[in-house]
Design a protein around this ligand. Structure first.
Ligand code: CS2
Ligand code: MG
Length: 403
């Protein structure tokens, strides 16, 4: 049996922070897992290095489920984004090791390919509707079949999902939280105009998505969903904060626009009610923040009973290790919906050499044994960690709001 002899926590910052766990076995096999939690990276790095790694040494790397249960139940303090991201990193690294030893890509270990590739959606954003549509047309020309639209809100100096002019979008942009301003009224006026213009320019053969990013009340979300119905969105995402899960029944009473939720969820227990009440159409829980492949497969299996499909989070604050794992997951689950794809920078891709690929609107993890991704530790060492916070949001009267 491959015995775990070492596990390193690697913090690197090729343009943005990433935390990676690399597990090493006595036969020399290594595996990697993403442990990045945007804005709270060092909390996970410490949870792994100080509390998890000592318990891994000497264990059988093939015993993924037993180690998962040990780290979950053995912690006593269950769940939460830090704990479940740390467990995810161990889990994914062990699947990587198992695949390498078996000589199979991880998706083959998960039951084989259930499709030829994973449809991905890209981001189109701009300070104006016109700028956003121009980007969407360019992304469609690259082959994307699904495009997320986010545009600036007249009267607000910045808003979620819209990059600063001439820059890539990176919300973790400051040593202390940037303070942004928000107006629901101004926002609700512009999104239907954005979708009307998008359908005029792009037609109907492309899926259009939008991320509300937790900013509406349930009844406001019902109004937005209804206002967008004529434009047939693929989904509206995080329409309202998902602590109050009963609120989604209110949204459902007012609109048939599909709903996607879950990128901030970290266990099946966060997803259960929304899936069982069929209050959502896509579950966005992701490999890196929801306990890894072992746990996310359970979420997908529950979702499948209720015809809820996967729509996993895939922003650039999830490393290429998560992108690879998400594609192995997405290729194998029966109820795959769509995978978010924000291409990383060349700097990041150099630190994380990988075999996944994009063609004709779909991505494939490749057929290398394991995940097909690694971390170049020498290159990674050249990028020192820099504290970076996600912004906070205030209403125009100064009230602290949802970002
Ligand atoms: C967003 C994320 O991609 C998305 O759907 O919600 O970009 C989110 O804002 C970041 O992952 C936060 O770190
Ligand atoms: Mg989102």
């Amino acid at each position: 049996m491959p015995k775990i002899v070492a596990a390193r926590v690697i913090v690197t910052s090729p343009g943005r922070n990433f935390v990676t766990l690399k597990i090493e076995c006595d036969d020399g096999t290594t595996g990697v897992g993403d442990a990045t939690l945007n804005g709270r990276e060092l909390a996970v790095a410490s949870y792994l290095a100080d509390h998890v790694v000592p318990c891994l040494i000497g264990r059988d790397a093939h015993r993924i489920e037993d180690i998962w249960q040990y780290l979950y139940k053995g912690a006593y303090w269950r769940r939460g984004p830090v704990t479940m991201t740390a467990i995810a990193a161990v889990d994914v690294a062990l699947w990587d090791i198992k695949g390498k030893i078996a000589g199979l890509p991880v998706y083959q270990l998960l039951g084989g390919a259930a499709r030829e590739g994973c449809m991905v959606y890209c981001h189109a954003n701009g300070t104006s509707i016109e700028d956003t549509i121009a980007v969407a047309l360019a992304e469609r020309d690259k082959g994307y079949k699904a495009i997320r639209l986010q545009c600036g809100v007249p009267g607000l100096s910045s808003t979620y999902g819209v990059a600063k002019p001439g820059q890539r979008y990176e919300p973790a942009d400051a040593n202390l939280p940037t303070e942004a301003m928000w107006s629901t009224e101004k926002y609700l006026r512009v999104v239907p105009e954005l979708f009307a213009a998008a359908r005029d320019a792009l037609g109907w053969d492309v899926h259009l998505l939008h991320d509300v990013h937790h900013r509406l009340t349930p009844i406001e979300a019902g109004r937005l969903g209804r206002d967008l119905e004529p434009y047939r969105p693929y989904w509206i995402e995080d329409p309202t904060p998902a602590e109050n899960q009963d609120g989604f029944a209110l949204i459902r009473r007012h609109t048939t626009t599909p709903i996607a939720v879950g990128e901030v969820f970290n266990s099946i227990w966060d997803c259960k009610t929304l899936i069982e009440t069929q209050s959502i159409d896509y579950i966005r829980a992701t490999v890196v923040h929801a306990g890894g492949l072992t746990h996310l497969r359970r979420v997908a299996a529950l979702a499948d009973l209720y015809q809820v499909r996967t729509g996993c989070h895939g922003a650039t604050d999830l490393s290429p290790v998560t992108m690879a794992a998400a594609l192995h997951f997405g290729l194998s689950v029966p109820n795959f919906g769509v995978q978010e794809h924000m291409p990383h920078t060349e700097e990041t891709d150099a630190v994380f050499p990988h075999g996944y690929s994009f063609a004709d609107g779909m991505m494939h993890p490749g057929d290398a044994p394991g995940l097909g991704v690694d971390i170049d530790e020498e290159l990674a060492a050249g990028y020192e960690y820099r504290r970076a916070y996600l912004p906070v949001n205030r209403l125009e009267d100064g009230t602290l709001f949802n970002w």
